[in-house]
Design a protein around this ligand. Structure first.
Ligand code: SF4
Length: 311
């Protein structure tokens, strides 16, 4: 599914997702990735879908949501991989202006040193760039980048982009226990962020089943220390997102399609799905059927059960 949601987002309200790259094409294979390990590593931009093709899929969905009185705050390019790998990103953003909604892009920033990527992102209203660590070894350990990527180019590229972007630029730093949550690493990251001055520096923790089983979120004490360091040194407002987005998903008339589209992008807690189904007068038989047909699979993380789309 290339158009999904809207899904509730702490950062963007109700966000209609555009999945403009096929499952899991990414330049990183982050240890915490909720989509599993990257099997299609690449750093060259490609053409995956025609912009018109994506718009043809989105237009009826936007019209249907309007009829149902459901809000869309942002159309967000995010999905099963890295959206800037799409060579048509800029054209697609321009086409999606027809939706009348603000456009957001959530990027891992790995290609921001490229002028054509900067040009595409300049067309958005809100851009999130990943800065997990500015230490090359930690960056390699946490984000597991495609071999030819150079962290120095990326960090310079982010600073250059921040200087010219007129929209809202935020950063996200995913903290993993024992990998990038030590004081030295946090101080280096925060000092770097002070050069960008993002509208907000988000600190995230893995909340859903990660690519590598041993990955853990930092302990509460470390997380509090991280927020303090960022607040003191990043010169940006800081927000820590350490929980799920909750149950405020919008559903269309077809809960099965909704579940498939939402679980395609990230694992969703089974208790949240039960609430969604109840709202549409459906029950657990829907989930049993999807599991039976092999369309979704069940994962457990930190004692909670999740469903994720199976490809
Ligand atoms: S978390 Fe994002 S950047 Fe990292 S591997 Fe997954 S899709 Fe790629």
């Amino acid at each position: 599914m290339r158009i999904f949601g809207p899904v509730p987002s702490r950062r963007l309200g109700q966000s209609l997702g555009v999945n403009n790259v096929p499952p899991k094409h990414c330049s990183y294979s982050c240890v915490y990735c909720q989509l599993g390990r990257t099997d299609k590593m690449q750093m060259a931009r490609s053409t995956f879908f025609e912009p018109e093709e994506l718009w043809r899929e989105a237009e009826p969905k936007i019209a249907q949501l309007k009829t149902l009185g459901q809000t869309i705050d942002y159309v967000t390019f995010v999905g099963d991989g890295e959206p800037t790998l799409d060579g048509n990103l800029g054209k697609t953003i321009e086409l999606f202006r027809r939706s009348g909604r603000k456009i957001a892009v959530i990027s891992n920033a790995s290609l921001i040193w490229r002028d054509d990527v900067k040009d595409d992102l300049l067309l958005a209203d809100w851009v999130s760039l990943k800065v997990d660590s500015v230490d090359i070894n930690k960056w390699r350990t946490v984000d597991r980048p495609y071999g030819y990527l150079d962290l120095r180019d990326i960090l310079h590229g982010i600073i250059d982009f921040a200087r010219i972007f007129k929209g809202t630029l935020v950063t996200e730093t995913m903290l993993v226990e024992g990998l990038n949550d030590d004081e030295k690493c946090l101080c280096q990251t925060a000092a770097y962020l002070s050069k960008i001055r993002p509208a907000k520096a988000y600190i995230l923790v893995p909340t859903r089943p990660p690519a590598e089983k041993e990955i853990r979120r930092p302990k509460d004490d470390s997380l509090r220390a991280a927020v303090r360091i960022f607040e003191n040194q990043s010169k940006a407002p800081v927000e820590c997102i350490s929980g799920d987005e909750g149950v405020n998903f919008c559903l269309t008339e077809d809960p099965v399609a909704d579940i498939l589209s939402i679980t395609a992008v990230h694992p969703v807690r089974e208790d949240v799905i039960a609430v969604l189904l109840k709202r549409r007068q459906s029950g657990p038989e829907v989930v049993d059927k999807l599991l039976g047909e092999g369309l979704v699979k069940r994962l457990t993380h930190e004692g909670k059960s999740y469903l994720v789309r199976k490809w």
